[in-house]
Design a protein around this ligand. Structure first.
Ligand code: GLC
Length: 513
């Protein structure tokens, strides 16, 4: 059942929302198997309500071999048994809505798991088959097709092509994967690929999800000639930010808007759009496309007043002409935690620069992270908080043999990967999993550093100077717990709305971006 009144506020809730990202594997483990699950999220809803978030974004919980933490999906209409089942997903959405918390789910349209029925069928069907048309299968170059079809590299390092083996054991065609070989890219020129994703949107919107976070949103469409990057115009990559993408998102917007006004309000489209050119970025936010997209610019800047000011000004300036609210993102499940990042000489986030044993001053990083948290909470627009940042968790330095993120292995072990920010939450100061798996005597799927014990929720909750208290109280002075600043009015507005603690009824003072 969709929530009934969660989508009809004016201005719409998402323009000034606080959205909390939940990495489902690492939030709460309800059944004591060491892995977080949907019931575990449900068991902590009161914590989220007290934090004052407007919505939760759940990372993928669909059936998956977890070759890339669930961003390798086998079936979008089901829940992996590790995380629960469909009934549990619906219960979570409903119980969150009862507390005024909306639910956003992740969709991953650029690729599927290599175990997805479409890809398995394509492998069996062989070259020239219609099943292979849904992906990018190609002959290789060279006398024996032994060379990759082009020079594209995977976002995780290495080639973006893997060669198949034919049923008779001979080397066959190559297929494209912008991420791991376990994540074959879909061909968005294929009508079934297009139709399937519209149906998946409806599937989750019909179950009460108020929106979707769109994974790798600027990568879906490829230049069908598959030219070498080296042969493309300077700065242009034939698989990034293709103009045809806008058509895709216009059709998604039509689906999202079709839920207004009778089915609980229009649904929200949030793009993961990594683009250097702010104008190209803003083009996705035109009124008939995505509602918002993650603004990563702040995250890749060093902790420097001039840099941060420049980032904020540019961000506001590029959003203004398209009428979309800015978003503010200090971290997520792919990047180094702020407390650690801001404690380093290079305090800006950069994927290629990640290394083991980087000298870090955590006291400095924590002080800066507190300042940054207040800064972004004071800015007009929507704010994203990644689980654990409200506890000031540092990036965990994991033993190499504990790391499962494919980025680590594909870098030849040079890049520590992204697991350091994905370590299970410390709820309690003691116990084998610091309360993550309740009382179960089991180690969590990633080891928690000892330092996490002192940062546990139960210790920080009653501590006036803790990071958690900062996130819970500051900067709003109203009675309802929230993250919004009460006195700043943007765009000349002097009419901040009063906070109301009632579920779904505009819990925070709202500023017009
Ligand atoms: C996005 C996700 C990341 C994932 C990648 C491939 O960037 O945030 O975790 O590995 O897409 O799906």
């Amino acid at each position: 059942m969709p929530p009934t009144t969660l989508g009809r506020e004016h201005p719409p809730w998402w323009r000034s929302a606080v959205i909390y990202e939940i990495y489902v594997r690492s939030f709460g483990d309800s059944n004591g198997d060491g892995v977080g699950d949907l019931a575990g999220v449900r068991s902590h809803l009161d914590y989220l309500a007290e934090l004052g978030v407007d919505a939760i974004w759940l990372t993928p919980f669909y059936p998956s071999p977890l070759a890339d933490g669930g961003y390798d999906v086998v079936d979008y209409r089901a829940v992996d048994p590790v995380f629960g089942d469909l009934g549990e997903a619906e219960r979570l959405i409903t119980e969150a809505a009862a507390r005024g918390i909306r639910t956003i789910v992740d969709v991953v349209p650029n690729h599927v798991s290599a175990q997805h029925p479409w890809f398995r069928e394509a492998l069996v069907a062989g070259p020239g088959s219609s099943a292979r048309q849904k992906f990018w299968f190609r002959e290789g170059k060279g006398d024996h097709n032994e060379l990759t079809p082009n020079d594209w590299t995977s976002e995780f390092g290495g080639s973006a092509w893997t060669r198949t083996t034919d049923t008779d054991g001979a080397p066959g065609e190559w297929y494209l994967h912008l991420f791991t070989p376990d994540q074959p890219d879909l061909n968005w020129n294929h009508p079934e690929v297009v139709a399937e994703h519209l149906a998946v949107l409806r599937f989750w919107f019909d179950r009460g999800a108020v929106g979707v976070r769109i994974d790798s949103a600027a990568l879906l469409v490829k230049d069908p000639r598959l030219p070498d990057v080296a042969a493309s115009p300077p700065g242009e990559r034939p698989f990034v930010d293709r103009n045809e993408l806008h058509e895709v998102y216009r059709s998604w917007r039509t689906v999202a808007d079709s839920y207004a006004p009778t089915a609980g309000g229009p649904r929200l489209l949030i793009g993961e759009v990594w683009l250097e050119d702010p104008k190209r970025f803003a083009a996705y936010l035109r009124p008939d496309e995505l509602h918002t997209a993650f603004n990563f610019d702040l995250m890749i800047r060093p902790f420097d007043a001039k840099e941060l000011r420049e980032s904020i000004q540019t961000t506001l300036a590029v959003h203004e002409p398209v009428g979309a609210p800015a978003t503010w993102v200090l971290s997520n499940h792919d990047v180094t935690r702020p407390v650690t990042r801001y404690g380093r000489r290079e305090s800006n986030f950069s994927f290629p620069a990640k290394r083991f044993d980087t000298p870090t001053d955590l006291a400095l990083g924590t002080a800066r992270a507190r300042a940054a948290a207040l800064l972004v909470a004071a800015l007009p627009g929507a704010l994203y908080v990644f689980q654990g940042d409200e506890l000031g968790l540092p990036e965990a330095e994991l033993p190499r043999d504990a790391i499962v993120d494919p980025m680590h292995a594909r870098s030849g072990g040079v890049d520590p990967g992204r697991d350091g920010c994905r370590v299970p939450m410390p709820w309690a100061a003691a116990g084998p999993s610091l309360g993550f798996s309740g009382a179960a005597d089991i180690a969590p799927w990633l080891p928690q550093p000892q330092a996490f014990a002192a940062l546990a929720v139960e210790l920080q909750a009653g501590e006036p100077s803790s990071m958690l208290t900062l996130y819970r109280r500051a900067p709003c002075s109203c009675d309802a717990p929230c993250l919004r600043w009460p006195t700043i009015h943007w765009s000349g507005s002097s009419s901040a709305k009063a906070c109301s603690p009632s579920p779904g009824a505009g819990r925070h003072r709202v500023r017009t971006p």
